[in-house]
Design a protein around this ligand. Structure first.
Ligand SMILES: NC(=O)c1ccc[n+]([C@@H]2O[C@H](COP(=O)([O-])OP(=O)(O)OC[C@H]3O[C@@H](n4cnc5c(N)ncnc54)[C@H](O)[C@@H]3O)[C@@H](O)[C@H]2O)c1
Length: 448
């Protein structure tokens, strides 16, 4: 693995994949985690029942992290639009608990996994999971469904872990902001999948920037350049348009929001964080699609974006992301200030400042995915709710705003982005005929 190649965050802590995950995340980080290998004092009478909707790679990982985060967390109910996704998720969760048993010689898995027949498929799985008596929801479907799944969950008084991005369009972002407000009023915890916010080395670097380590920040550069996503799945004759698009959700922007918002949003979140979540005034950019010639197979997403954000205080932020096979990967950030330059390459552990106050990060690495769940469950136990609602919505919109600017070829202001009425999933989701969403051609679409 090249030092800057991003880790596949879907790596699972099963017996078989454990070695690979350990190498990727860093052995020290995994073993140092206090909950790894022991979940002390399991108490069946003090359970937090966990439900998951979206049992793919991230849903499975998040289930395992939720089970490790708290002695009384149990997997209670599962939902996925495709029935066949349930069994592998359950299998890997059980394997992960068996790994713990190896060290404890107990029957941890049987205490932690109490799904019984609460396994639901179809588009209404969310409602069945919510009605099953869960306390905490894990929302890990493709982003398109996040706003309504979050609304249903908060309306049903559930604590939530939800993956990023939180929406694919501005109406979705506004819905999530409203749900986050209700969560706050109800004292429910709401944790996002913007996992870098829970990584100690990046936290330390952001603190160095925020406390004057580079003087006045004036320029930010972030990259999320990779060789691509999961391979597109070839269409089967029995699949409807809806099923084909759903099984290849990354490649259709109504489902994924495009890779700038689905994946590169992590790097865009570094920009937002460095700016202390101040919103930009405007954005413009370019992009396109050079390595995905076959629209029938690879949907309508682009494969590269280059964006410039301008802030009212004069800061300019440059972001580039691409999905190009056979090219070098790079996921870095550079923060340039009046008194120094900060280089942040979290995948290879580089956190440095050069300038009038040279600095080198000293924090240890940690498993950020696990930390999110540790914080979430602790907040629930202590009745001190976390609420990531505002920043997770704003960072998602920051990326969506960049996509709007590049797709249209226009300058997009924050207000235009936030107030956009464009709904990317106006047609309700079902298995059946569905139009292939068009490829964006800058200069031809005035709608933002
Ligand atoms: N924080 C991170 O580092 C990170 C890493 C990977 C993925 N993610 C995010 O997690 C989400 C899921 O990604 P993934 O890689 O697990 O994808 P995936 O395809 O592996 O899993 C998604 C699952 O959701 C199911 N699904 C689709 N629509 C549904 C619906 N309406 N109701 C119920 N189930 C539905 C699919 O069948 C699939 O099993 C995405 O938003 C992605 O951006 C975050």
């Amino acid at each position: 693995m090249s030092p800057t190649k991003p880790i596949d965050p879907n790596l699972l802590m099963s017996r078989r994949s454990f070695t690979a995950s350990t190498a990727a995340i860093g052995a020290a980080a995994v073993f140092a985690h206090p909950s790894f290998g022991k979940i002390a004092g399991l108490r069946a009478e003090n359970t937090l029942k966990v439900g998951v909707v979206g049992c793919g790679g991230r849903g499975t990982g998040a289930v395992i992290q939720a089970l490790k985060a708290d002695p009384g967390s149990v997997l209670w109910a599962m939902g996925d639009v495709f029935e066949e996704r349930l069994a592998p998720c359950l299998h890997y969760a059980k394997e992960a608990m068996l790994d713990l048993d190896d060290e404890q010689s107990t029957d941890t898995w049987a205490k932690k996994i109490q799904v019984d027949n609460r396994k639901f498929s179809g588009f209404d799985a969310i409602h069945k999971v919510l009605a099953s008596g869960v306390d905490v929801m894990i929302l890990t479907t493709p982003p398109a469904f996040r706003p309504e799944h979050l609304r249903y969950s908060i309306d049903a008084n559930k604590h939530v872990f939800c993956e990023k991005p939180v929406a694919v369009d501005a109406p979705g972002v506004r819905s999530v902001l409203a749900s986050a407000k209700v969560a706050k009023e109800k004292s429910l915890s709401l944790m996002s999948g913007f996992c870098w916010r829970y990584q100690d080395q990046v936290r330390e670097t952001m603190k160095a920037i925020h406390t004057g380590g580079i003087g006045d920040l004036h320029t930010i550069q972030t990259t999320y350049n990779t060789t691509g996503w999961v391979e597109p799945k070839k269409r089967k004759s029995e699949w409807s348009d809806g099923e084909f698009q759903l099984r290849n959700w990354q490649y259709f922007n109504p489902l994924s929001a495009d890779h700038v918002a689905e994946q590169a949003v992590h790097a865009i979140d570094w920009q937002a964080w460095a700016m202390q979540d101040r919103t930009p005034a405007r954005c413009f950019g370019v992009g396109g699609r050079q390595t995905r010639p076959d629209v029938a197979e690879t949907g309508n997403v682009w494969d590269h974006f280059s964006l410039i954000y301008e802030y009212d205080n004069g800061v300019r932020a440059y972001h580039m992301c691409r999905h190009w096979p056979n090219t070098p990967s790079d996921n870095s950030a550079y923060f340039i200030g009046s008194e120094g330059n900060c280089t942040m390459q979290p995948w290879n552990g580089t956190h440095t400042i050069e300038g009038s106050r040279p600095w080198k990060g000293a924090a240890g690495s940690n498993d950020m995915y696990q930390r999110e769940h540790d914080v979430l469950f602790k907040s629930i136990r202590n009745a001190k709710p976390v609420n990531d609602g505002r920043f997770m919505s704003h960072t998602s919109l920051l990326a969506i705003m960049g996509r709007m600017a590049a797709y249209t070829g226009r300058v997009v202001t924050w207000e235009q982005a936030m107030n956009s009425q464009v709904e990317m999933n106006a047609q309700p989701w079902e298995f059946g005929p569905r139009t292939t969403p068009p490829l964006a051609i800058p200069g031809t679409n005035e709608t933002i």
